[in-house]
Design a protein around this ligand. Structure first.
Ligand code: DGJ
Length: 468
């Protein structure tokens, strides 16, 4: 049908015999087709990358092993204690979940989440065929036979010494509650540092940033909180720079602290704390991009969102540039990594020391927008996947020489005895199409899938440079 226009001669196009379409309809159809083609090409491109990677990896038997889906079958025991004769007829007041069992120190399943010392792993023990095998949740001993104390940590690869340094919270003290309703805590002892060439045998390098024993006004006074320390190297200043979450007992200070050293093994000199960009800051991490620009990422606005912004060139401060990301999603424990120009992040929900569901996020630009992709966990069982294998993200370490493969580092917190918190290291693989509809993209999965595979035990691929 032809629309009459008094003022302009209508632009028309003959479509088929006897019918005419308006120019605007054709233009809009073309735009629609182009949009669909564009989205298809993005999906196809991403899928292509994944397929190529999957193909390459599928030829490597050890990668095949890492991506094996390993199930865990756990029977939840019936509730303990005296039961009335009518109990069998009544539904229990609350269904016992694996998370309840996990949090119950007296649970019959305790040994599954916190295996005892006899099962510990480490280079001093005669591990036989188990050498180099990560066994998530088991006590992990250093080269002197002591449990590694590097919780909420991260790893720096030092090019100069070709050594990996693992920094984390040294929590080898008694757990207590400062207030009736306060979170379980351990006094600040300091930041522990361990070194390794092979990522399995770790040498204790001591406490590289120590607590302040006497000065109660000092950020590092033992009564305060120091969490999630991360270290990066600044090529321009030749300094090792540490960022960490600094807080008071009640988590109201909500700040970040910085420290600096000439050596990866410290000692680090504490500089000061601040509320970055004027905002509260709790769980945090830093990320150094390929171009040398480093970023601070922190949970803010009472953990309801994350903020991200570049650091100054010397890595000692934030700049005025920052963005809000994952707004309203209530995420913490950010662990950021990059693969083929795309930025990825794993986060947890906010449930104190208790485990919860991990989510993977992706972005084309580190400053956002970030999209949430879904739960990256594969294997175990449903509860394992919904509780991020009973652990909380802290860092994702790239495996050089194996593009798309990473070590996912997480903490299995033990709120009853925080020093006995365990490490859950698992292979993280980027590849293949995402399996959940995403935000902003009309349901088209445009990111490669991020997968964290559960394994009771696993080791790095033999060709990995750090291994003999
Ligand atoms: C969860 C955070 O991720 C941890 O680092 C720690 O701050 C606990 N909350 C304290 O409850």
């Amino acid at each position: 049908m032809r629309m009459r226009n008094k003022y302009r001669k209508p632009t028309t196009l003959r479509c088929n015999a006897g019918s005419r379409c308006s120019m605007s309809a054709v233009v809009w159809s073309l735009v629609g087709c182009l949009l669909i083609l564009h989205l298809y090409s993005i999906v196809h491109h991403k899928d292509g990358v994944g397929e190529e990677f999957q193909m390459r990896m599928s030829h490597h038997p050890q990668f095949h092993e890492l991506q094996k889906v390993e199930e865990v079958n756990i029977q939840i025991p019936p509730p303990r204690g005296k039961r009335s004769p009518r109990a069998g007829k009544r539904r229990p007041r609350r269904t016992t979940t694996l998370i309840d069992e996990f949090l119950d120190e007296n649970s019959q399943l305790r040994h599954i989440f916190f295996p005892d010392k006899k099962t510990s792993i480490g280079p001093l023990k005669d591990q036989g065929n188990d050498s180099y095998y990560y066994q998530p949740g088991r006590i992990w001993l250093d080269t002197e036979g002591n449990p590694i104390q590097a919780h909420g940590g991260g790893i720096l690869y030092d090019e100069k010494t070709r050594t990996h340094y693992w920094y984390g919270e040294y929590k080898d003290g008694p757990t207590y509650h400062a207030h009736k309703k306060g979170a379980a805590r351990v006094d600040i002892i300091g930041v522990g540092c361990y070194s390794s060439m092979d990522l399995w045998a770790w040498k204790d390098e001591g406490i590289v940033l120590a607590a302040e024993e006497n000065d109660e006004t000092h950020d590092l006074h033992k009564s305060n909180v120091l969490e999630r320390p991360k270290v990066i190297y600044n090529e321009k200043t030749r300094k090792y720079v540490m960022w960490m979450h600094i807080d008071d007992t009640n988590y109201t200070k909500a700040s970040v602290g910085t420290a600096i050293s000439d050596y990866p093994t410290g000692p680090f000199e504490y500089l000061h704390s601040q509320r970055p960009h004027g905002f509260d800051s709790r769980d945090m991490t830093i990320f150094k991009d390929d171009d040398g620009v480093a970023y601070l990422i922190y949970s803010s606005e009472d953990n309801s969102e994350l903020h991200i912004g570049p650091l100054t060139e010397d890595y000692l401060n934030v700049t005025s540039n920052a963005r809000r990301i994952l707004v309203g999603q209530h995420r913490e424990a950010p662990a950021l990594f990059k693969y083929q120009g795309t930025y990825y992040m794993i986060t947890s929900g906010c449930t104190g020391w208790a485990p919860n569901e991990a989510l993977a996020h992706a972005a084309e630009s580190i400053m956002g927008p970030w999209e949430t992709m879904g739960n990256p966990c594969i294997g175990g069982n449903k509860m394992f996947r919904l509780a991020n294998f009973f652990a909380q993200s802290t860092f994702v370490l790239p495996l050089p020489g194996f593009p798309g493969s990473f070590i996912f580092m997480a903490d299995r917190w033990n709120p009853a005895d925080l020093r006995d918190s365990r490490y859950v290291w698992l292979p993280l693989i980027v590849g293949g199409p995402a399996d959940q509809p995403l935000e902003y993209n009309f349901g088209f999965p445009v990111w490669s899938r991020v997968s964290i595979y559960w394994h009771r035990k696993w080791r790095l691929p033999q060709g990995w440079s750090g291994l003999k």
